[in-house]
Ligand binder design. Structure first.
Ligand code: GLA
Length: 388
């Protein structure tokens, strides 16, 4: 049986603080193989839950208060169910926002104590926030016996992020955290929310993440802007095709006809999304046939689209992708997640990983004057209670 040292650590911290036995929930971060910025356009995505996760230990209180402790920050935060509001502090919002969703959806919960810890690097594009939100949602659901189905908890986590963190994220991150399955990627249709597990069969190849170590301050405002630009493109098409509800329904021909002549920038953004939609479907077939080389080529194309057309990359991400582009041992690489920093995802032949990490770390330090952090991502199960 798998052991989770951080689950034991949050459990012990809780017991030390509150002399009581808590419930412990683990919820992982995610990678996404291909299909970036497609979720809020009702396209497909191909994420998977990883071996890095958020952990919460939670227990009842006899009043309506909420008392949070963040292990890594050594910080306490207090609030109450009657005064729930976004805080300037940041991290408590991912918990308070979810508690707020329980109340807004009409569920009865009481006060609680919660200890938070985890090993998903923050701001690295691995969805540490979705991991905390899903862990909190599942923990509250168990603690207060609200019997909310998994998919509904995912939607509540997404709404929490919209309202308490102010970012209009799609559903991918929370879905991947909650529905992840060991050694599988999830082919998720973000319109119908139908999903399929596709085995991640990559003999001798591993997923290597290079963390730029950059948290870009523009990330959330630019993210919301990209969403608006996609909506603007849809509005232009809708004048002629009322049946088009999102870029999911749009074709390149429609973009050429109705968007390109009106707004070159909106056209560029929408073009990336429409092409990425198709790339994902083909990439998924490549994976099924074990053609990792073909999948990898598409990842490079995705990166170029994200960098030049969607313009959500940054020089550090571009540097890391360009660096491995002609390396035989790297089958595919691209920036991953919202953008403006965070990680690149690389499919790398196992025997070459050590040398690649060494030489990329040195080059990154020299050219970008920053430390490169590297992780090898293993694909694990989604959110669950950890019995202790
Ligand atoms: C962030 C968001 C996701 C998704 C990606 C881009 O991770 O949280 O919903 O839009 O960016 O694919």
């Amino acid at each position: 049986m798998q052991t989770f040292p951080i689950a034991h650590a949050v459990h012990n911290r809780y017991t030390e603080l509150y002399q009581d036995k808590p419930l412990v929930v683990r919820s992982p971060g995610r990678v996404n193989i291909i299909g970036e910025h497609t979720d809020y356009n009702e396209g497909f995505v191909l994420p998977a839950a990883i071996d890095k996760a958020a952990y919460v230990a939670i227990g009842h209180r006899s009043d309506n208060n909420i008392r949070l402790f963040a292990e890594e920050l050594d910080e306490t935060f207090e609030s109450s169910l009657s005064t729930l509001a976004p805080s300037d502090k940041g991290w408590p919002n991912y918990i308070l926002g979810v508690a707020d969703q329980f109340l807004k959806s009409g569920y009865t919960i009481g006060g609680f104590n919660l200890v938070l810890s985890g090993d998903v690097p923050i701001g690295a594009g691995l969805s540490s926030s979705a991991a905390i939100e899903c862990a909190t949602g599942f923990a509250l659901n168990e603690l207060f016996q609200t019997a909310i189905p998994r998919l509904e908890l995912v939607k509540m986590a997404q709404r929490a992020e919209h309202l308490f963190a102010g970012v209009r994220v799609g559903i991918m991150d929370m879905f991947a955290s909650a529905f992840g399955k060991k050694d599988h990627v999830i082919k998720l249709d973000c319109r119908s929310l139908d999903y399929e597990y596709v085995p991640l069969k990559m003999e001798g190849i591993k997923i290597v993440l290079f963390n730029t170590n950059i948290e870009h301050s523009l990330a959330s405002s630019e993210y919301n802007t990209r969403r608006q630009q996609c909506e603007a493109g849809v509005a232009l098409i809708q004048k002629h095709h009322p049946e088009v509800h999102s870029l999911r329904d749009a074709t390149m021909a429609m973009l050429h006809q109705y968007v390109e002549p009106v707004d070159a920038l909106i056209y560029k953004r929408c073009k990336y999304v429409v092409e990425e939609k198709e790339r994902l479907l083909q990439g998924c077939e490549d994976l099924r046939h074990g053609d990792i080389k073909a999948l990898g080529q598409k990842m490079f194309q995705t990166h170029d689209g994200l960098s030049k057309e969607y313009e959500v990359s940054c020089k550090e991400l571009d540097f890391l992708v360009d660096r491995v582009r002609n390396n035989e041992a790297v089958l595919g690489a691209r920036m991953m997640g919202g953008g403006f920093g965070g990680c690149t995802i690389n499919l790398v032949r196992e025997e070459a990983i050590e040398a690649l990490v060494q030489e990329t770390t040195a080059a990154y330090a020299k050219q970008m004057n920053r430390e490169l952090l590297t992780y090898i991502a293993l694909i694990e199960d989604g959110t669950s209670v950890i019995p202790i």
